[in-house]
Ligand binder design. Sequence first.
Ligand code: UDP
Ligand code: MG
Length: 316
Amino acid sequence: MSPRRKPTVDLIIPVYNEAGVITQMHARFRAVVDALPYSVSFIYVDDGSSDATEAELNQIASADKRARIIPLSRNFGHQAALTAGLDASTADMIVSLDADGQHPPEMIPQMLDLIAQGYDIVQGQRAEDAELGRFKKWTSSLFYRVLNFISGTRVLPGAADFRAMSRRAADALKAMPEYHRFLRGMVSWIGFKTAILPYHQQERSAGVSKYSFGKMFRLAMDAIFSFSLAPLYIGLSFGGIFFFLALAEMLYALSFWLTGKTDQLAPGWSSLMFMLLIIGGLVMILLGFIGVYVGYIFQEVKRRPVYIIKETPNHD
Ligand code: UDP
Ligand code: MG
């Protein structure tokens, strides 16, 4: 065989306010990838950091020519930052992982081996023993159970945005332009031969989690409303049930009229109020569901970009 060029690998690393973390992590990434028989580049997506992250990244990039920075114009969120990295990547293989050391970079060689063996996706799955708060553990397991119950796309419990992909899997993912992005679900949706690799989540090397409760909640909403129509069917089923209840009630009342016992019909104010409130409540909840879908449709039809790049990095 003629001398082939080395296969290329891009590491996609979303970074949001990780000053004091990112420099040491870059050294750890290097130690791992330097031993690989691939030509590796680092794509750092600066997701609108407001601390010294930008300066640290610039320093990394000037010392290591394999590092590229994609600065976003503001904080667009983890999923958008990953998308920006994916869009910028042209490598044969892609690995995405967090900047905080919770996704052990030491597993990258194993992931890439599996891709080289013909897997298109190697999905990292957080092992059960992870050092998570009780609240996060509980909400995460509940979330995956609900999501898998109501959506046709199976998402692995504990799946993380720690994964390796072949070029064709990455291209398939890039062809999905939706605004509300839940990459774990999208990756499962595109199919392809997938390997699952459990990993032990480590402590953050420094700094604090950038996933506030609000951000987690929004991610959960994106996952549920963009992967499932189940909430709309809830409305349909409740509507059906109440229709039949009303029919039964009508027949019941009619029986009093037919047998001439109308005087026995109690003035039932409380049961009436009860039904009124229940139905009113349900109608409002279901209108709310429809409202959310309409809102999502509105945002999708606007076709806004998922992220905006602040400046194009100078290529050297
Ligand atoms: N991150 C990001 N934008 C955000 C929030 C987080 O790019 O709006 C990055 C963050 O720097 C880290 C990764 O996404 O590299 C995961 O975030 P974090 O560790 O805070 O989440 P957790 O591990 O607590 O779920
Ligand atoms: Mg983390």
